[in-house]
Design a protein around this ligand. Structure first.
Ligand code: ADP
Length: 156
């Protein structure tokens, strides 16, 4: 069984993330959307809220599970029996960052392979960071989010 983990903050999940999952689905038997709980990186949305959105977005995707982990991604891979990581590449900075992480994970994680998806042109400008900026400015983020993800600007 080919199991892949798509690790990220998903703060919040965007249409860019969703596109990567859809493209990765034919390659794997199971994809686990895994929110990394990181004490240094502060999120705008709570872990519960981010999980809820992921579960809602992928409710009709039989092959997609949702999980959370603390610590190293490769340890989580071991725990769930995943041999593959999924990451998206939007530009050169993503590449530089991801290259190092992937090489480290491959060594620390005992042959964990990272599979990269170059983002489609229509999604390469989308990031959770930009979405958060728009939210802070009380703008409309719906063009960047799956329809299941509804932001209540009054609650921010
Ligand atoms: P992280 O906190 O690790 O950056 P993110 O939730 O921001 O996690 O993103 C997780 C992964 O999704 C990363 O590999 C990132 O490059 C990828 N990604 C994010 N947005 C897009 C997009 N619009 N198109 C393609 N890949 C994307």
């Amino acid at each position: 069984m080919k199991i892949a983990i798509f690790p990220g903050s998903f703060d919040p999940i965007t249409t860019g993330h969703l596109d990567i999952v859809k493209r990765a689905l034919p390659l794997f038997d199971k994809i686990i959307m895994a929110i990394g709980v990181n004490s240094v990186k502060k999120s705008l949305f709570s872990l519960e809220q981010r999980m809820e959105w992921l579960e809602f977005v992928f409710q009709n995707y039989e092959k997609v599970d949702v999980g959370t982990f603390e610590g190293l991604t490769v340890h989580y891979c071991d725990k769930v029996g995943a041999k593959y990581l999924i990451r998206g590449l939007r530009n050169g900075s993503d590449f530089d960052y991801e290259k190092t992480i992937s090489q480290l994970n491959n060594i620390v994680g005992d042959d964990i392979e990272t599979v990269f998806f170059i983002s489609r042109p229509s999604y390469s400008h989308i990031s959770s960071t930009i979405v958060k900026e728009i939210i802070r400015g009380k703008g409309d983020t719906s063009p960047f989010l799956p329809p299941e993800v509804k932001i209540d600007l009054n609650e921010i």
